[in-house]
Design a protein around this ligand. Structure first.
Ligand code: NAI
Length: 258
């Protein structure tokens, strides 16, 4: 029977790439995203974006969508219930929803700092707890958390975001140990630079796509930013490799080597 994956932040960007890769690897996919429930210092995914993604990827396999706010425990439980109702099981949890803020620490607001941790870190706490009974019932369970190269190396003006992504790796390694008796593998994906809203609407919002690509060509050893498909491929590997747990898998064209 096909495995079922729940991808948070799956309406667009990297989450959409993860959803696509799982469909191509014959999984059922439930994408879960805010769908108009919240906003940030750049626009987050709308319900229309979520609908369009389901329609676009629908030709690849079984995909559906549910609204979730990962900062809300009850909303996470509802998203898991909707997945179980739709597909009968939940085998893979891809905790991918995330937001970014940047700036010198004395210029960040307390609300910006807190929200970054609420979504990027506590969101994983809520989603894992909601999904755990279903994962324990699965024959082949896995969790893949989206960290970043910013979870392995700090950066100027990125204390809040980097701190949150380092936390994702600490949580991943701890849960890999905690859940190994249940056979639940837990790994982190560490994407490099992908031209999503995080870059185009925040980090490089004053630059054109051409300028973004030119900068990436200069600075990335393999000469291009990562595509969302590159990250999807890495996440499917982590979710299907049966003897791999607790790792942080870098997909970054050589920006960071280990
Ligand atoms: P994005 O902004 O396109 O995608 C993030 C998704 O998460 C959006 O669809 C948004 O609506 C959703 N989301 C935000 N808050 C949420 C909440 N409270 N509940 C549910 N969904 C929520 O950005 P991107 O780049 O696709 O980000 C995906 C993940 O990849 C994030 O965790 C990000 O930190 C990480 N990442 C991104 C990199 C990049 O260069 N774009 C590099 C490394 C990691």
């Amino acid at each position: 029977m096909a495995r079922t994956v729940l991808v948070t932040g799956g309406a667009r960007g990297i989450g959409k790439g993860i959803a696509k890769a799982f469909l191509e690897a014959d999984h059922n996919v439930m994408i879960a995203d805010l769908a108009d429930q919240g906003d940030w210092n750049y626009k987050l995914a709308s319900s229309e974006t979520m609908r369009e993604t389901v329609e676009e990827l629908g030709e690849l396999g079984e995909i559906d969508a549910v609204a979730v706010n990962v900062t809300d425990a009850e909303s996470c439980k509802s998203a898991v219930s909707a997945t179980l109702e739709r597909f009968g099981a939940l085998d893979v949890l891809a905790n991918n929803a995330g937001i970014i803020t940047s700036g010198p620490i004395d210029e960040l607001t307390e609300a910006e700092w807190d929200s970054t941790y609420e979504v990027n870190v506590k969101g994983i706490f809520h989603m894992v707890r909601a999904a755990l009974p279903a994962l324990k019932a699965s024959d082949d369970p896995a969790i893949v958390n989206t960290s970043s190269i910013s979870g392995l190396r700090g950066g100027q003006n990125h204390s809040s975001y980097c701190g949150s992504k380092f936390a994702v790796i600490g949580i991943t390694q701890s849960l890999a140990q905690e859940f190994s008796p249940h056979g639940i593998r837990v790994n982190a994906i560490c994407p490099g630079i992908i031209g999503t809203a995080m870059w185009h609407d925040h980090l490089m919002r004053d630059k054109s796509e051409e300028e973004f690509n030119a900068r990436m060509q200069e600075t990335i050893p393999l000469g291009r930013p990562q595509a969302v498909e590159d990250i999807g491929e890495g996440v499917v590997y982590l979710a299907t490799a049966t003897n791999v747990t607790g790792i942080s898998h870098i997909v970054a064209g050589g920006i960071l080597m280990s």
